[in-house]
Design a protein around this ligand. Structure first.
Ligand SMILES: [Fe+2]
Length: 198
């Protein structure tokens, strides 16, 4: 598609993205697409060789705060798909945030705790907490499981791989105060590309 950006244009990434796009084009629903993508996503998480070190680096000045680096690997020209790594230093955590699109998120390095929130009247309620290790992954299918926070529990930096059906770093979404439930506009950006198109 015109305007597609492969920041990491290796054969592994291109094959993965091509397969995902084909699946999305033919699947009956997002849920069906997720199920079809699962095995290929698991393979990507299990493969040690495809993600260069530069995409596994934290970012001191990041839009996420806490030195969290969000590195774009690929995005579709029409904003319908993105693949990126999220690098969270040891002990750091993301704000509570949403994604506003369906997709898959999985852990590539380190360990994390994830807390999932649900809207509860005007506020938020934490509904689940789980520990995530290398190779674990989960689906986001908004509104289900769309609001969460992750924290790195390993002494090493954690790296998670995100495949989402929007340009997640550049859209305006929401960050939340977990106590009051108050939301604010939130755009995380990417470390390595701008959101404004020339
Ligand atoms: Fe997230």
């Amino acid at each position: 598609m015109a305007g597609d950006e492969f920041i990491l244009g290796s054969a592994v990434v291109r094959d993965f993205v091509d397969g995902v796009r084909e699946t999305i084009a033919t699947a009956a629903s997002p849920g069906a697409a997720i199920d079809e993508i699962r095995p290929r996503f698991a393979e990507l998480l299990a493969d040690d060789g495809w993600l260069p070190a530069e995409f596994q680096e934290p970012a001191p000045e990041s839009g996420m705060g806490g030195g969290i680096g969000q590195w774009l690997l690929y995005r579709a020209g029409d904003g319908s798909l993105s693949l990126f790594s999220l690098v969270v230093p040891s002990g750091a955590e993301t704000p509570v945030h949403d994604h506003l699109a369906w997709g898959l998120v999985g852990l590539y390095r380190g360990t994390q705790d994830e807390e999932i929130f649900e809207r509860d009247g005007d506020g938020l309620r934490m509904s689940r907490r789980r520990a995530i290790v290398r190779g674990d992954f989960y689906a986001l299918l908004p509104p289900r499981d769309d609001i969460h926070r992750v924290r790195t529990t390993s002494p090493e930096t954690s790296v998670s791989i995100h495949l989402l059906t929007n340009d997640t770093g550049c859209i305006w979404r929401h960050a939340f105060d977990p106590d009051s439930g108050a939301e604010r506009p939130f755009r995380s950006g990417y470390v390595n590309v701008d959101c404004e198109q020339p």
